[in-house]
Design a protein around this ligand. Structure first.
Ligand code: APR
Length: 172
């Protein structure tokens, strides 16, 4: 339990929930969204269409289909516009709402990609701070879920490890 960092492809993880960094139309895309759509197979697009749109900072769930995960949570991170357009609040909301939904649905493990850190341009160091802080606050109240930060790149994984270490130091 708690949070940890894994390097690699999120679609390969054996967790209850895989979080997708989607767009408002839930229309699929490149990056992690494309990888999840390819791995989940042909039924995911229709399931997404049935959900309609998703607001930035919100989350909607589909089954995992051909993934080993039970569910895919499609959340929409903010597009970075300089940091004064509620980006931190909206990004925190993606993490918090995903965690709340996972707890409500009784899931015990959830893996997040680095939401907004690719095409959406959120500075990675700032996004990592938001992610780790938001998860930490959630875990203080809900200890029984395993949270995995899945990073494609080693330098991103290093940022998460540093942020988790810094936070743990402050808590002791
Ligand atoms: N597993 C884990 N992480 C991945 C994978 C993968 N298979 N593929 C990409 N990533 C990482 C990227 O390296 C980046 O750090 O996910 C992070 C998020 O990048 P994006 O996928 O570009 O997501 P985001 O910045 O939130 O942009 C969302 O991109 O694909 C479109 O439809 C999507 O319009 C939406 C936008």
């Amino acid at each position: 339990m708690g949070m940890r960092v894994v390097e690699g492809d999120i679609t390969r993880l054996h967790v209850d929930v895989i979080v997708n960094a989607a767009n408002n139309a839930l229309a699929g895309g490149g990056g992690v969204d494309g990888a999840i759509h390819r791995a989940a197979g042909p039924h995911l697009p229709q399931a997404c269409r049935n959900l309609g749109r998703c607001d930035t900072g919100d989350v909607k769930a589909t089954p995992g289909f051909e993934l080993s995960a039970n569910a895919i949570y499609h959340t929409v991170g903010p597009v970075w516009q300089g940091g004064m357009s509620q980006e931190p609040e909206l990004l925190a909301s993606c993490y918090r709402k995903s965690l709340e939904l996972a707890a409500r649905q009784g899931f015990q493990s959830i893996a997040f990609p680095a939401i907004s850190c690719g095409v959406y341009g959120y500075p990675a160091d700032q996004a990592v701070t938001v992610a780790v802080t938001t998860v930490q606050i959630f875990l203080e109240e809900n200890a029984n879920i395993d949270v995995i930060f899945c990073c494609f790149a080693r330098d991103m994984a290093e940022l998460y490890r540093d942020a988790i270490q810094t936070m743990e130091k402050h808590n002791h």
